[in-house]
Design a protein around this ligand. Structure first.
Ligand code: PAF
Length: 279
């Protein structure tokens, strides 16, 4: 595997490649990321991964400095997956001058759910993703459904800018007890780790109630949040949305069986976890 930090060198290395499959990451790779690499391999060749902890998407009180950086272990994992190029730019490579041009998602998609609790987060994500796509110029790029809103926002950005990259969605990778894998799980204490699957259980509760025809979304969301709060969580939201635009379903949508997804974010101790489930 070639490890490249400069954009120029990356371009030279990938020039003439028409079927590149790309997986952007912030490192601290776990089995979920590796499943994205395997999916990328099915959709293109060569597989290119990136590791870049993108300062633009962290708020002032978020964990940019302490975000886990495990570069050597990550390299070994990617080598085993047969990744051809790892693009690992420094901040100077990626932002040699202040990044004054930004991509701002539309408010109804970018300022709801995660965007409401993490102002500016999606602008940081779309700005770096556009730049990474411009560096790698892949035919496909793989994003996990774990970050459902991110996946949707990136997909819409690619469509609206007519980028020549297809966005492929990868299923969420879960531990045996249901907890979605995430780099932030490593912040959990042993007791919190044992409690953490309750978030996925609350999503399942909502999904099962909806499938059973209990369509009072407001009541279900609040019941699920209250249950989590009783167990010591601090829920930011549990919200039932339409899959296609992440807006709340109308009574008509519910009656017609419009495809839905339930999304959640909640703090356990000092660790904020997110998850979602298609209904
Ligand atoms: O999902 C992530 O790890 C990041 O948001 C991404 C897509 C690599 C952009 O920094």
């Amino acid at each position: 595997m070639k490890i490249i930090s400069s954009i120029e060198e990356l371009r030279d290395q990938l020039s003439g490649q028409l079927r590149t499959a790309f997986v952007p990451t912030m490192g601290n790779l776990h089995e979920g990321h590796l499943s994205l690499m395997r999916l990328a391999r099915k959709h293109g060749d060569p597989v290119v991964a990136s590791i870049f902890v993108n300062r633009l998407q962290f708020g002032p009180n978020e964990d940019f400095e302490k975000y886990p950086r495990t570069f050597q272990a990550d390299v070994e994992k990617l080598e085993k997956e047969g990744v051809y190029v790892l693009f690992a730019p420094t901040e100077k490579d990626m932002y040699p001058e202040p990044q004054e041009y930004r991509v701002r998602p539309p408010d109804d998609l970018g300022n709801t759910l995660e965007g409401e609790f993490r102002p500016g987060f999606f602008t940081g994500v779309t700005t770096v993703v556009l730049k990474l796509l411009s560096c790698v110029q892949p035919r496909v790029a793989v994003f996990g459904k774990k970050d459902y809103q991110q996946l949707m926002i990136v997909r819409n950005m690619c469509r609206q800018f007519a980028l020549p990259t297809n966005i492929i969605a990868a299923e969420t990778w879960r531990a045996d007890d249901g907890l979605a894998l995430s780099s932030r799980n490593m912040y959990l204490s042993a007791a919190e780790r044992a409690e953490a699957p309750a978030l996925y259980q609350s999503l399942n509760f909502v999904a099962e109630e909806m499938r059973a025809g209990h369509l009072d979304t407001f009541q279900l969301e609040h019941k699920a949040m209250d249950e989590l709060a009783k167990r010591g969580w601090k829920p930011d939201y549990i919200s039932i949305r339409k899959r296609n635009d992440l807006q709340p379903p109308t009574a008509g949508d519910l009656a017609q069986g419009t495809p839905l997804v339930v999304l959640a974010a909640a703090k356990l101790g000092t660790t904020r976890l997110i998850d979602n489930l298609e209904i």
